[in-house]
Design a protein around this ligand. Sequence first.
Ligand SMILES: Nc1ncnc2c1ncn2[C@@H]1O[C@H](COP(=O)(O)OP(=O)(O)OP(=O)(O)O)[C@@H](O)[C@H]1O
Ligand SMILES: [Mg+2]
Length: 178
Amino acid sequence: MKELSLHILDITTNSINAGANKIEIKVEIDTNENYFRINIKDNGKGISKNIQQQVMNPFYTTRKIRNVGLGIPLLKAAAEQCEGFLKIQSVENVGTEVIAEFKNSHIDRAPLGKIEESILTILNFNEKFDLIYIHDVNGKRFVFDTREIKEILGEVDIKTPKILMWIKEYIRENIDKI
Ligand SMILES: Nc1ncnc2c1ncn2[C@@H]1O[C@H](COP(=O)(O)OP(=O)(O)OP(=O)(O)O)[C@@H](O)[C@H]1O
Ligand SMILES: [Mg+2]
């Protein structure tokens, strides 16, 4: 059973590879409506209509090194196993949104896990982009936005180890508070 934060890392890596410079990750948990929803939205190059169906297939990839692409099919399988679904909405040259929904109480729903570590890994990628992470539990929200952090940091690089450590603890503490 793979932690959902690792799936989030995989899907966000696709956004970076698609040249996105703004990525929004949203985790929404509603215990009354009984869903656990992951939403990853980017402004990358998008996926053309006829390819959108194919990316659900493990043998579709635009990778050059190996010819299977598993990021999307694995998350789709995990969601469907939990009476949920995966949906992709994408417009070429505008961006892509991947929505994965799980039945929250399903026994097979993996835990979110260490989302702060996935975010740190994402922040460590070399490309320049803004990342917004929204964590919502029954309408109680925590929002982490690198645009705000960068404004405070000024010239200081967000990838400075001390800053990254602070971000990691900041995210963990705030999620735990909800
Ligand atoms: N956000 C996105 N923007 C543009 N294209 C995307 C996006 N996400 C996926 N794709 C396209 O869909 C393909 C399949 O994605 P998927 O994550 O399933 O596999 P992969 O990234 O190719 O390989 P893996 O995830 O196993 O490393 C990608 O190769 C890419 O062409
Ligand atoms: Mg991928």
